[in-house]
Design a protein around this ligand. Structure first.
Ligand code: NAD
Ligand code: ZN
Length: 356
């Protein structure tokens, strides 16, 4: 297979947190002969926009991103070149692959050997420490790109690569079992609406928490049994307990990017319950009652995206139709307005950018 690889491309570039996003059409494309061993060049079909990209654009996390930055880490495309002298590549030119948050890791350290490669100290992060998927051609790494199963469209697979795998893993480690209740603050957003579906696929019962009629309809349509509007409730703990038959949920998977979504989790969780810490408000701290965390035997677990195996498993579930991303397609030029909508809480599900 041979590809005509252009010298320049369209890319959305962030020069600084205050500057407008600059969609350029003259951004250089790394040429095949310039790729290092282990690198591959992927021609993007599409890419999802995650709230993490908005954090990166604003620079509101404790560790700031590289600048200038091309964001994006939910990309699907086709490998058009692989660096010379790449040994034992698990993928080949022409393969359809996904680019996720974890672009690369050393594969040799303790974390990598234990399958916790997302916490590798040498990890490269798409759209944060290395340029991401908001460009037509992306340099990625053969050992970490994710093969996309045949029976799923690229636009449907895109957000499984971050939102999907993240909530899939959080649910997997949430110490729940079939028939248990899980509460999902942020349920109408990108991560949350997929979490409802993965939870259902695992036999869990879902209380969705978010706000507004559109997100309510989406959550109920996707299989949430109960809905609570966090802007309307007068007593969140009471409402959650009531929704779960009085005792509270067995787990909470918090997928909201705001600290209030965490505040009462210890109060509403059932004894022995688990708080899965997923949503990432930049500088917030967890204020849990030590007394009730002990007294109720509560587990508090941080959950960070997923490893290569989690990505394959999350995609497999989606490719069998058990989980479907609810998305609208836009062009790369709409990125600023997508961020504005996300900031205002107006995006139900996901926005996927077409890169063709
Ligand atoms: P999103 O904007 O699509 O969804 C967030 C949702 O939370 C929105 O629907 C919003 O209305 C809702 N919300 C806000 N305040 C709330 C509250 N008090 N109670 C309940 N719901 C509330 O964002 P997203 O792309 O789904 O990402 C969510 C967060 O998860 C971001 O902080 C992102 O950086 C983080 N994230 C973490 C990981 C990880 O590995 N842990 C991976 C991906 C994303
Ligand atoms: Zn993400």
């Amino acid at each position: 297979m041979s590809y005509n690889i252009p010298k320049t491309q369209k890319a959305a570039v962030v020069e600084s947190p205050d500057a407008p996003i600059h969609v350029r059409d003259d951004y250089p494309v790394k040429q095949p002969e310039e790729l290092a061993p282990g690198e591959c060049l992927v021609k993007m079909h599409c890419t999802g926009v995650c709230h993490t990209d908005l954090h990166a654009r604003k620079g509101d996390w404790p560790v700031p991103p590289k600048l200038p930055l091309i964001g994006g880490h939910e990309g699907v495309g086709e490998i058009v070149a692989i660096g010379a002298h790449t040994a034992n590549s698990p993928v080949k030119i022409g393969d359809r692959v996904g680019i996720k948050w974890l672009a690369d890791s050393c594969l040799e350290c303790e974390q990598c050997r234990k399958g916790l490669e997302q916490s590798c100290l040498k990890a490269k992060l798409s759209g944060y420490t290395v340029d991401g998927t908001f460009s037509q051609y992306v340099v990625s790494y053969v050992s970490h790109v994710t093969p996309i199963p045949e029976n799923i469209e690229s636009t449907e697979a895109a957000s499984i690569l971050c939102a999907g795998v993240t909530v899939y893993r959080a649910l997997k480690y949430s110490r729940t079992t079939i028939g248990d209740w899980v509460v999902i603050p942020g349920a109408g957003g990108g991560l949350g609406h997929l979490a409802i579906q993965y939870a259902n696929a695992m036999g869990l019962r879902v209380v969705a928490i978010d706000t507004g009629a559109e997100k309510k309809a989406l959550c109920l349509q996707l299989g949430a049994e109960k809905w609570i509007d966090f802007k309307e409730t007068k007593d969140l703990v009471k409402d959650i307990k009531e929704a779960t038959g009085g005792a509270g949920p067995h787990a909470a998977v918090v997928t909201a990017a705001s600290s209030p979504a965490y505040e009462q989790a210890i109060d509403y969780l059932r004894e022995g319950g688990t708080l899965m810490v997923v949503g990432l408000p930049g500088t917030a701290t967890l204020n849990a009652s030590i007394f009730f965390t002990v007294f109720k035997s509560i587990n508090i677990l941080g959950s960070y995206v997923g490893n290569r195996q989690d990505a394959r498993e999350a995609l497999d579930v989606a490719s069998r139709g058990k989980v479907k991303c609810h998305y609208a397609i836009k062009d790369l030029g709409a990125l600023s307005e997508v961020y504005e909508g996300m900031e205002a809480g107006k995006v139900a599900g996901r926005i996927v950018l077409s890169m063709k």
